[in-house]
Design a protein around this ligand. Structure first.
Ligand code: AP5
Ligand code: MG
Length: 200
């Protein structure tokens, strides 16, 4: 799992980890944006919520993940980005994984100061024009993160999961080096011998 506030670099680092570890990157934000672009019933339901910077309902996103996770987990496993985002989602994921006999191996938590997050997202707005990258909507996304998502980390801390805090400032390459080092240090060599950690 890769965890962090909006703009912390989850997608950027997950793409690199996908290349390096051959684990399947499962980003709920990317999935939902595709549904919106295609104008599917799901896309129509969530488009306005996303543009406002709010979280879509738990049952809806849990269904999306429930459908896609088994396929994503095949091979070396899945790297979850943007899910779970509430404690209710985390509980739903726990039960899905339990049914499969799997669990959360590690959580990379990217730490980035809020001012830098906002700068990055406003910069992306100029390049890509994501509808939720306006100053006002970014503020709402940050509020949702503090109100609902931060608690997910406590949920996993209480379970004793491996939470690897990584300084997410600096260039994407610098951050990736730290992610790499954190995995090497934080995940025991025995676990790293599994196909999941081929590149580390
Ligand atoms: P989602 O797509 O998950 O967006 P987010 O969490 O707000 O985060 P971002 O994707 O904007 O940032 P990121 O951390 O991936 O950083 P990135 O690598 O892109 O969710 C969008 C919406 O979908 C939600 O608001 C909600 O409505 C809905 N949703 C999704 N999942 C949901 C769920 N589970 N439950 C309910 N609702 C859900 O980087 C950001 C920018 O910075 C990029 O331009 C990048 O190039 C740049 N950058 C990255 N790293 C660096 C660096 N080191 N230095 C300089 N620039 C950098
Ligand atoms: Mg992202």
């Amino acid at each position: 799992m890769i965890f962090g506030p909006p703009g912390s670099g989850k997608g950027t680092q997950a793409a690199r980890l996908e290349d390096e570890l051959h684990i399947h990157h499962l980003s709920t934000g990317d999935i939902l944006r595709k549904e919106v672009a295609r104008g599917t019933p799901l896309g129509q339901e969530v488009g306005r919520i996303m543009s406002a910077g709010d979280l879509v309902p738990d049952d809806l996103i849990v269904d999306v993940v429930r459908t896609r996770l088994p396929e994503a987990e095949k091979g070396a496993g899945a790297l979850l980005d943007g899910f779970p985002r509430t404690v209710a989602q985390a509980r739903a994921l726990d039960s899905m994984l339990r049914d499969e006999g799997h669990n959360v191996d590690f959580i990379i938590a990217l730490d980035v100061p809020e001012k830098l997050l906002v700068d990055r997202l406003l910069h992306r707005a100029e390049l890509e024009g994501r509808t939720d990258d306006t100053r006002e909507v970014i503020a709402e996304r940050m509020r949702e993160y503090h109100k609902l998502t931060e608690a997910v980390l406590d949920h996993y801390r209480q379970q004793g999961r491996r939470i690897l805090h990584v300084d997410g400032t600096g260039s994407p390459d610098e951050v990736f080096d730290r992610v790499h080092a954190a995995l090497k240090k934080g995940v025991p060599a025995k676990s790293r011998r599994s196909p999941r950690f081929r590149g580390v």
